[in-house]
Design a protein around this ligand. Structure first.
Ligand code: NAD
Ligand code: USQ
Length: 388
């Protein structure tokens, strides 16, 4: 199949491109390099050195003999989106290309507006381009488990059978997201469901949990193929941060009492979920939702797991939670759709933590330890901040 990967220079987009190329698909990537810009803005860098996109693509050609086509540009530029779809003529589009950090979206008004504008309008441009140029294209969109929040009922896969005043309907599952970023994904999901219902597009929304890990079968083939690994308090995700903190001898930063629970998955499973979704497309008019996570852990449990696995001493520090989120909550997620398509999950107990300690150790001199401390809070903005 011809697969276009939007956000193909990112943490997940780049290994996704390699995974599909390795599986024999014709692959193209599109990116505006915004993610590299956030690094400059925040004064941080990926823990593991990464090559520029051109070098990555050349390295893959050398290593595998396979070509990945590259399109440099912005999803906010509708003409560019249409031109790319006309030029590459994909069967499937995998859409990773959004601002993805909750804390970044909560910095201030400017960052909240940027996040929602970038994510919602980029996705809308894509929906219109698919509808006008080829409604057969299967859109595979990265959503997030955080769209649901932590409701006090079971989390279903996107849809909920509701009985109200004696009548029944199948409704989109109600959402209680926890940041302006997570809200942008809710808005995207609604726009995509509308496009499927009204225009007959076909889409799979993958409500993905927090991803951990670095290496995939393909990225391991050459250091130039490595993907990024973030550790800072804005873009670094919790387990990746705990591993780095353990290696550096810094305390593991558990926010609040650590009882907040999330869904997680190994980076290798992300790639497989995407392949399964693309190779088993949604029907025309179908808005299909999968919960893309394999295990649930509380943040406190994760800290304990890292501390147990690390060969040296580890300190766990409970910080005042910079976010507003529930603790001690119910969390029971249905995630059978991808398993039914054939997913065989890598569980956290499969020794991944130990292998990450070694990789992290070899790059630890690149860490700016100041960037480990959380600085963004969910506090209501002060009056001056709103009017500035
Ligand atoms: P990332 O920030 O590393 O990659 C996103 C890429 O999209 C970047 O390379 C960026 O430059 C590009 N991009 C952003 N806006 C763009 C635009 N307007 N036009 C063109 N390119 C643009 O993020 P990631 O961690 O690889 O996540 C990929 C997707 O998966 C995101 O949509 C994210 O919300 C979702 N997701 C990630 C995780 C996780 O733990 N990393 C978990 C759940 C869901
Ligand atoms: N947390 C800590 N200590 C830390 C960092 C985080 O206790 O040092 C806690 C947070 O308070 C939160 C949980 O860990 O309760 C997860 O935080 P995170 O930063 O790892 O993940 P999150 O902000 O939810 O966002 C990440 C990705 C995002 C994706 C989301 C999936 O950045 O793109 O959408 O995971 S989910 O959480 O399922 O919505």
């Amino acid at each position: 199949m011809r697969v276009l990967i939007l956000g193909g220079d990112g943490y997940l987009g780049w290994p996704t491109a390699l995974h599909f190329s390795q599986a024999g698909h014709e692959v193209a990537v599109l990116d505006n390099l915004a993610r590299r810009g956030y690094d400059e803005e925040l004064g941080v860098q990926s823990l593991v050195p990464i090559e520029d996109l051109e070098t990555r693509v050349k390295a893959w050609q050398e290593v595998s003999g396979k070509t990945i086509t590259s399109y440099a540009g912005d999803l906010l530029d509708a003409d560019f989106v249409y031109e790319t779809l006309r030029d590459f003529a994909p069967d499937a589009v995998i859409h990773h290309a959004e601002q993805r950090a909750a804390p970044y979206s909560m910095i201030d008004r400017e960052h909240a507006v940027y996040t929602q504008h970038n994510n919602v309008i980029g996705n809308l441009n894509l929906l219109f381009a698919i509808a006008e140029l080829n409604p057969e294209i299967h859109l595979v969109k990265l959503g997030t488990m955080g769209e649901y929040g932590t409701p006090n009922i079971d989390i279903e896969e996107g849809w909920l059978e509701v009985e109200h005043n004696g009548r029944k309907d199948r409704m989109l599952y109600p959402k209680k997201p926890g940041s302006f970023y997570h809200l942008s994904k809710v808005h995207d999901s609604h726009n995509i469901e509308f496009a499927c219902r009204i225009w007959g597009l076909r889409a799979t929304d993958l409500n993905q949990g927090v991803v951990y890990g670095l290496e995939t079968e393909a990225t391991k083939l050459d250091p130039r193929l490595s993907t990024r690994y973030d550790y800072d308090s804005v873009f670094g995700t919790v387990l990746n941060r705990f591993i780095i903190q353990a290696v550096l001898g810094e305390p593991l930063t558990v926010y609040g009492d650590g009882t907040q629970t999330r869904g997680f998955l190994d980076i290798r499973d992300t790639m497989e979920c995407l392949r399964l979704a693309v190779e088993n497309p949604a029907d025309r008019g179908e808005f299909r939702v999968f919960n893309q996570m394999t295990e649930s852990f509380s943040v406190g449990q994760l800290a304990d797991l890292v501390a147990e696995a690390f060969p040296g001493p580890v300190q766990i520090e409970k910080l005042e939670n910079p976010r507003v989120e529930q603790s001690e909550h119910y969390y029971n997620v249905k995630h059978t759709g991808l398993v039914e398509l054939g997913l065989k999950p890598h569980l956290l107990s499969d020794t991944l933590i130990e292998s990450l300690f070694d990789i992290v150790s070899s790059h630890k001199d690149r860490v700016n330890t100041e960037a480990l401390t959380p600085t963004v809070t969910w506090k209501r903005p002060a009056k001056e901040a709103v009017t500035a």
